[in-house]
Design a protein around this ligand. Structure first.
Ligand code: DON
Length: 360
């Protein structure tokens, strides 16, 4: 809502920052909100406070190894929360479609598990943190599994290679369709991002050849990199991203469409991987401070999942050294603290300080 053109006097800004809730229209069966989910007024207040607190934060720097991303307006900033009973709350820049980048890896992992089951994905890709940068070649060479996990570039390219299809086009369309079902609306490729990344992704091509050396890629290496590059170039706005997260929070069922997109039994594997590696070598600190499964992308998005309650997505392009949006991390940490979302905190399951259980 707050675009560059509308950055005017503070009073006007305050008026423009009216957050909104869009109530859901789903059958009760699809609504599985936790009895200890915070009330919407509490969420609204926390999100507005976070927006105001961090909107002038200038920390971090846009990714520039993909030329397109260096040119994105680094002041863009949007927040969306979607609850498992399909209420949406938004603030900031909502119309901007940014590239999903590494957040896509969550949904390709989910798709591979839909087809092959978690055991095969675990065995062929792995589920260990690498302790290295997301695009590290050393991680591939050093780790006994040679893939690490589905969220580092090597593991993600390998995950794409696992997805079945008769042609590259069929595989790409299958992936895009799956992401769209998770978002609850048709998503599209941002062609300029794809071209920009495809022209500069020699590192990912090198990773794919290294994977081939260790027999850890299961289709043509360069074709897999190309489809992976497309999946990273899918455009989402912050509300669509929050819906994708809410689908995981709602046991794999999209709270907006009611469709069971991800098998419920696969969700815990996805969330545990997000907790362990969702922010790469920032994941330990994230788990310590925030305690929520989340995934970042170098496009500037982060989505965090609060099981049984909903998801929060933030878009703000400047990144830290590990490739995670600085503002998005701050916003989610702030909101998670305010609303007792941290999964390791007794308050997240309704335990009060005295030990008794009760609605907050
Ligand atoms: O392959 C790459 O390097 C990018 N398409 C995705 C990397 C990414 O988003 C890492 N995330 N924080």
């Amino acid at each position: 809502m707050l675009t560059k053109r509308t950055r005017v006097a503070p009073l006007m800004v305050a008026i423009l920052l009216v957050t909104s809730f869009i109530p859901g229209h789903l059958p009760a069966r699809a609504q599985q909100t936790s009895p200890v989910a915070p009330r919407r007024e509490q969420v609204q207040a926390a999100v507005r406070e976070a927006y105001d607190k961090f909107k002038s934060d200038t920390g971090g720097k846009n990714a520039d190894y993909i030329p397109y991303l260096a040119k994105v307006d680094s002041k863009l900033f949007g927040i969306a929360v979607v609850s498992t009973d399909n209420q949406a709350l938004t603030v900031g820049d909502l119309d901007y479609s940014f590239s999903i980048q590494s957040i896509s890896k969550v949904y390709s992992m989910a798709l591979a598990m839909e087809e092959l089951g978690p055991d095969t994905v675990f065995q062929k890709i792995g589920s260990e943190p690498t302790g290295r940068a997301f695009n590290s070649v050393f991680a591939v060479a050093d780790m006994p599994t040679h893939t690490g996990n589905p969220f580092v570039n090597a593991g993600a390219i390998s995950t794409v290679s696992l997805i079945s299809a008769k042609s590259a086009d069929e595989k790409w369309n299958k992936i895009l369709d799956f992401y769209s079902r998770a978002a609850g609306e048709k998503l599209k490729l941002i062609d300029e991002v794809y071209k920009s990344e495809a022209a500069t992704n020699t590192g990912n091509k090198a990773l794919s050849m290294l994977l081939a050396k260790y027999d850890r890629i299961y289709a043509d290496p360069f074709e897999s990199v190309d489809i992976y590059t497309k999946q990273c170039s899918v455009g989402v706005n912050v509300l669509q991203l929050a819906r994708m997260g809410a689908t995981l929070a709602n046991n794999g069922r999209n709270p907006a469409t009611g469709e069971q997109v991800v098998k419920a039994e696969n969700v815990p594997y996805i969330l545990s991987t997000m907790m362990m590696a969702g922010l790469y070598d920032g994941s330990g600190s994230w788990s310590w401070h925030v305690g929520l499964p989340a995934k970042s992308g170098v496009g500037g998005g982060i989505v965090a999942v609060v099981p049984g309650k909903g998801a929060i997505a933030v878009f703000a392009p400047p990144l830290d050294e590990a490739g995670n949006s600085v503002k998005a991390q701050k916003v989610i940490e702030f909101v998670a603290k305010k609303l007792d979302y941290n999964l390791y905190s007794p308050g997240s399951v309704g335990l009060k300080p005295g030990g008794q259980i009760g609605q907050k």
